[in-house]
Design a protein around this ligand. Sequence first.
Ligand code: SF4
Length: 184
Amino acid sequence: MSSLKELEKVKVGRRSFLKMAALSTALGATGLNAAPAVREATCDELKDPYPGSKKVKTICTTCSVGCGIIAEVYNGVWVRQEVAQDHPISHGSHCCKGIDSIDTVRTAKRVKHPLKKVNGKWQRISWDQAVNEISEKMLELRKKHGPDAAMFLGSAKMGTEQAYYFRKFAAMWGTNNIDHQARI
Ligand code: SF4
């Protein structure tokens, strides 16, 4: 993606810099000299590493409090976040989860498609296969143990309409075992 390449050119983040420094030290100790080249950022890059970026007001979706976040978006990529000082609920504050909300998007561990563990190894499967296998398993469990064998746990990441359908789904399933994730 050209936007990511541009980002790499523009900015070496603190963590990346520390990783490179550690790698450089380790290679130095072995007598090898293959550490990646690092250059100093120019004054312009330091002043404005993401020229033309947009600041978008949004909310942290980790829990139901919904603290305010300013997401900085550069070429369609969420690159930095700030606390929303004027947010009516959080009043310019975050908890330790919200302060790094951006990592739910950019972490290398983010799951982007369904995975199934086969013989101890994760394999990518299609959405159709995932939905079919999960629904078949659920129906089998309901037949064997009844509808109250299942519990439905909502999410702060759901919108109002999604929460409405989720509640309807539990009712159609035949149980009142439904709650919100924030209550655990
Ligand atoms: S910052 Fe913390 S308290 Fe605020 S919405 Fe996110 S998880 Fe909840």
